[in-house]
Design a protein around this ligand. Structure first.
Ligand code: SF4
Ligand code: SF4
Length: 150
C-alpha cells in the first residue's frame, strides 16, 4: 500500500511522457519508417529494390524506364532503402491513410547514367546518324558504270 502511494506521488510530479492526442498533433519519433518515395533522377533501374521487397510492391519497368510502387501493399520495412546503390529511395515520416483502393505510384526514371537509358540513347543516335551517312554517299562510284549499253 505504501509502495502504491509512493508511486502515485512520484508520478504526479514526474514529466509527462505521453501526448494528449488527438487534441495535440501527433509527433513522429525520430527514425520513423513510413512512406517510400523514389527519385527518378538518381535511379539506374538496377532492380535491387524489386528483388529485396518482401511483399513485391516494387516493379521495375526497364523498357518503360519507370518504377511502379504499390503503396497500399508496402509494409514500410525499409529494405529497399538499404539496398539502393544510388540513394534513390527515401523513407519519410508521413503515412498514407489506409484505403480500400489500391494506390499505385509511378516514377519516371530520367537518370542518363542508367544502362538501359544509355543503350536506348546510343541506339537512337545511331538511327539518326544512319540516314545522314547514306545521304552523303555518292550516287555511283567511278568505274562501276553500267556497261551493258542499255
Ligand atoms: S519499404 Fe519494404 S515493403 Fe515497402 S517498398 Fe521498400 S522493401 Fe518493399
Ligand atoms: S531505386 Fe535504387 S535499387 Fe531500385 S532500381 Fe533504382 S537504383 Fe536500383
Amino acid at each position: 500500500m505504501l509502495k502504491i502511494l509512493e508511486n502515485i506521488v512520484k508520478n504526479a510530479f514526474s514529466p509527462v511522457y505521453t501526448s494528449n492526442y488527438p487534441y495535440t498533433p501527433y509527433q513522429h519519433f525520430p527514425g520513423t519508417r513510413a512512406d517510400v518515395t523514389f527519385d527518378g533522377t538518381k535511379c539506374i533501374l538496377c532492380g535491387l529494390c524489386q528483388r529485396s521487397c518482401p511483399p513485391e510492391c516494387i516493379i521495375i519497368h526497364k523498357e518503360k524506364e519507370e518504377i511502379e510502387y504499390l503503396n497500399t501493399q508496402c509494409i514500410r520495412c525499409g529494405y529497399c532503402v538499404r539496398v539502393c546503390p544510388t540513394n534513390a529511395i527515401v523513407q519519410n515520416e508521413v503515412y498514407t491513410k489506409p484505403s480500400r483502393e489500391r494506390l499505385t505510384i509511378y516514377t519516371k526514371v530520367t537518370n542518363e547514367n542508367a544502362p538501359v537509358i544509355k543503350k536506348r540513347k546510343a541506339a537512337e543516335a545511331a538511327a539518326r546518324a544512319a540516314p545522314a551517312a547514306k545521304a552523303q554517299e555518292p550516287a555511283s562510284l567511278p568505274g562501276k558504270e553500267d556497261k551493258t549499253g542499255k
